[in-house]
Structure formats: structure tokens, C-alpha cells
Design a protein around this ligand. Structure first.
Ligand SMILES: Nc1ncnc2c1ncn2[C@@H]1O[C@H](COP(=O)(O)OP(=O)(O)O)[C@@H](O)[C@H]1O
Ligand SMILES: [Mg+2]
Length: 368
């Protein structure tokens, strides 16, 4: 009997976890795969992916890499950090005696000698070799906001050279928006500015609804149209929330599958509530936990102004001169908590953060 069968929750609310269905990315997949097929010089071979935490950057990188692999490319995935050049070299050539080379390279980076050519030829030579095997080489770098400048210079410089040499090379890098902008506008990384930009914003709710419908139906649970509508709206098209809400609503509904396969309104209410609590813990709290008192006051004043606030109004609400608030604003922007899309205005960069700050304003200010 169907009821006695145990089903696994199809939703995957955790960082980098492959979701049951990747939605909202058809265009970028298409662009990317065409660029790989189009030959040297296709713009999308150099791509930068930006979006807030939980918007789906890691999943996208993994999937772009998988698609490249499917059509015969070599793919190397690394995460930015102090060891990224070593990691890259190891991944490029795990079977050879890279260890000794890479140790030397590491020391060179630590002592700032990379530009002296101690390592550059090695990395470039390894990359070039892999470009020549199969269709070409794809390198993906995640969390580039954490990349040491010298390491990025070394990697970007090698890629740039290989493009000039008409090798089949592709570099896709992902990170938080401010961090990525800082990096590519930084010293000696002008080449990376040419990268085609993919901003991961909201996924269409029509696609969200379809993915919920299928995800539940595949395990026998039934959602009616009104429920699909409510659940999809609650996600605001934000990748991580799609998985969280799907996961918790599914879990509550699964409890009563023996008596009813129909998802109840109570399942929905509890599911969305649990998802939001988890979202606050995993996304909102880490984003604001290290703010200074002034920055927190700025954030609260901003939340009270509206979804988008004029910096003059925020200062007025704080009872300060606009000039006296600019360091708070800068610090919030640096922490990727807010952004300034238009001069003189600020808005929240993390979904639902405004609501969270409004609901908890007193407690947040009391922490100082
Ligand atoms: N295109 C997508 N469709 C559905 N769910 C996704 C998609 N991309 C990511 N997710 C889900 O969202 C969550 C966050 O994804 P992740 O790639 O780790 O985000 P980021 O790297 O931007 O922080 C994961 O639970 C993942 O399964
Ligand atoms: Mg990630």
C-alpha cells in the first residue's frame, strides 16, 4: 500500500545542496553552454555570478560545471581562500608531483613574490595543458569576496593569457555583490570587469509554484492551487526560502499521510512559520550579529522609514546630521546588509530583513 511506503523529503534547505529541481536558470544555462560551443572569445565564457546569501550561487556554479563536463570539458571547482591557488593547482593535476611545486608557490604568495614569476608559469602551464585535453578547461571559483588579491591576480592573469593564446578556457566566479565589485574594481583585476554579469535575483513565482507542485506530487502529497499560491508568495522567489518552505510544509504534511494525502492549511501555516524561524537563524542573525551600535541604530531607523529609504530621512530619524551617519551606512554596505542602488537612497540587501528588524527592534538595540 502506498501509505506504508516511506518517502524522503525532496527539498534541500542547506548551503550548496542540489535542489530537487533547479529553477529560474534556463537562460544562463543556455547562454553558458552556447558560449562553450561558440569558440574562443564568446563573452559568457568569462562570467561573474552575484547575489545575496542563499540566492543560489553555489548551486549555479556546480550546475554550470556539470553541464560543461557533459559536453566534454574539464572542470575544476574551487572556493576562494588563502589556499585557493594550491587547491587549484592540485585539482588541475592531482596525479603529478604538484605538491612540491605548490608548496613553493604557497611560500611565494606568503612572501609576496608571486609576481616575480615563481609560480605564474607553473599555474599557467598546468591550465594550458588541461585546456588542450578534451574540449577545454572550465574553472569555477566560489566565494570570491574572500579571495586574497594576489591569488586572484595570479589566476585572472593566467586566464587572460590563455585567452590571448586562443586556448579554450572559461572562468566563472561567484560571490556577494559588494565583495565582487570591490574585487573587480580593485588593483590589477581590470580583466575581470569584462566578465558577463549574472545577478541572481528573484525566481519567477510561476516556476516556484510548479516546482512545489511537482515536489509534493512526486511523493503523493496534494497541494491545491490556493495553497500553491500562498506558499510561492511566501518565498518571494528567493532560492533558499523555496527549499526551506517546501521542506517544512512537506514535513508537516508527511506526518499525516496515512490518514490524508492532502496538505492542510495548518501544515502550511506551521511549515511557513518554521521556515521563517530557521531563515532568521541562518541568514538574518549572522548578517547582523557583528554590527556596531551605531550601525544597528541606522538599520532600525532605516527599517522604520520603508523598504527603500532616503539617507537624509534616515539621518533625520536618528536625530543626526547626514554626515554623521555616513560611517554607519558604509559599514552596513560593507557587511552586505544594505545596498545603495541610487545615490542618496538605501535599501535592504537581505530578503525579509526589514521585517525582522522591525519585529525585533527593541531587542536588537538592547543588545548594546
Ligand atoms: N535555482 C534554484 N532553484 C531551487 N532551489 C535552489 C536554486 N538554487 C539554489 N537553491 C537552493 O537554495 C539554497 C541556497 O543555495 P546556495 O547555492 O547555497 O546559495 P548561495 O551560494 O548563493 O548562498 C539551497 O538550499 C539550494 O538547494
Ligand atoms: Mg554559496
Amino acid at each position: 500500500m502506498a501509505c506504508s511506503k516511506r518517502f524522503f523529503n525532496p527539498f534541500k534547505p542547506s548551503a550548496g545542496a542540489e535542489p530537487p529541481r533547479i529553477i529560474g536558470r534556463d537562460q544562463v544555462f543556455l547562454d553558458y553552454v552556447s558560449a562553450l560551443k561558440d569558440g574562443v572569445g564568446a563573452p559568457a565564457r568569462l562570467m561573474r555570478v552575484t547575489g545575496p546569501r542563499g540566492s543560489g550561487k553555489t548551486v549555479l556554479l556546480t550546475d554550470l560545471g556539470a553541464r560543461a563536463q557533459d559536453i566534454g570539458w574539464n572542470v575544476v571547482n574551487i572556493t576562494a581562500g588563502v589556499n585557493m591557488v594550491d587547491d587549484l593547482m592540485y585539482e588541475l593535476s592531482p596525479d603529478s608531483s604538484v605538491d612540491s611545486i605548490s608548496l613553493a608557490g604557497n611560500a611565494a604568495i606568503a612572501s609576496g613574490e608571486v609576481s616575480m614569476g615563481v609560480k605564474r608559469p607553473n599555474l599557467r602551464a598546468l591550465m594550458k595543458r588541461r585546456c588542450g585535453e578534451g574540449k577545454g578547461l572550465v574553472v569555477t571559483i566560489d566565494e570570491v569576496q574572500d579571495a586574497p588579491l594576489e591569488a586572484m591576480q595570479l589566476i585572472a592573469g593566467s586566464v587572460q593569457h590563455l585567452i590571448r593564446e586562443k586556448e579554450n578556457i572559461s572562468l566563472v566566479f561567484a560571490g556577494l555583490p559588494m565583495g565582487v565589485m570591490d574585487l573587480i574594481n580593485g588593483k590589477a583585476l581590470t580583466f575581470l570587469r569584462r566578465a558577463q554579469s549574472e545577478e541572481l535575483d528573484f525566481i519567477s513565482l510561476i516556476e516556484v509554484k510548479l516546482s512545489f507542485k511537482d515536489g509534493f506530487a512526486a511523493s503523493g502529497l496534494i497541494l491545491d492551487d490556493d495553497q500553491l499560491e500562498i506558499m510561492a508568495h511566501a518565498t518571494e522567489g528567493y532560492a533558499y526560502l523555496i527549499q526551506l518552505i517546501g521542506y517544512y510544509v512537506w514535513r508537516f504534511a508527511d506526518l499525516h499521510r496515512a490518514s490524508s494525502m492532502q496538505v492542510s492549511d495548518e501544515d502550511m501555516r506551521l511549515g511557513v512559520e518554521n521556515a521563517m524561524t530557521r531563515f532568521h537563524e541562518v541568514v538574518h542573525e549572522p548578517a547582523i550579529s557583528k554590527l556596531t551600535k551605531g550601525a544597528m541604530e541606522y538599520l532600525v531607523a532605516m527599517a522604520r522609514e520603508g523598504e527603500r529609504a532616503s539617507t537624509a530621512d534616515v539621518a533625520k530619524r536618528m536625530g543626526r546630521e547626514p554626515k554623521a551617519t555616513s560611517s554607519f551606512r558604509r559599514s552596513l554596505i560593507q557587511h552586505e546588509v544594505i545596498q545603495s542602488p541610487v545615490r542618496g537612497y538605501v535599501e535592504f540587501s537581505v530578503p525579509f530583513l526589514r521585517e525582522y528588524v522591525l519585529d525585533n527592534a527593541e531587542e536588537l538595540l538592547d543588545r548594546y
